[in-house]
Design a binder for this molecule. Structure first.
Ligand SMILES: [Zn+2]
Length: 121
């Protein structure tokens, strides 16, 4: 009887731990993705939760999209104005990086509209 009660406590603890882990492991919008369009056509969508670099080819040249730490940024491009590179990181729903010379648009969809982050922009 006593043994059974310990088992129940253990199970309850494990459930609590996994719930806590689940909450901790899904920071800022699990569903946030960077949507890449080239000349109006969707070229790909990449979750912000996975660090990666994406080479974007367009008729005008290239943009290097870097996703790290839950944010997306164009870190390299051979366009003339480099506005896309200077835009910096985007991570919130609706934010976008636009490279006019290459007709490349990168938009965040589904990210959490975090009030604290919003005020910083
Ligand atoms: Zn550019």
């Amino acid at each position: 009887m006593k043994q059974l009660r310990y088992d129940l406590i253990l199970i309850a603890l494990l459930l609590l731990l996994s719930a806590a882990a689940w909450l901790l492991l899904r920071p800022r919008g699990e569903g946030a993705v960077a949507v890449v369009t080239v000349d109006g056509a969707e070229a790909g969508r990449y979750p912000l939760s996975e660090d990666r670099t994406v080479w974007i080819e367009s008729p005008g040249g290239y943009n290097l999209l870097t996703i790290a730490g839950g944010a997306a940024a164009v870190t390299e491009a051979d366009c003339g104005d480099h506005t896309c590179v200077r835009t910096g990181e985007i991570r919130l729903d609706g934010q976008s990086i636009i490279c006019l010379p290459h007709k490349v648009v990168i938009t965040v969809e589904g990210g959490e509209a975090d009030g604290v982050d919003l005020s910083a922009h």
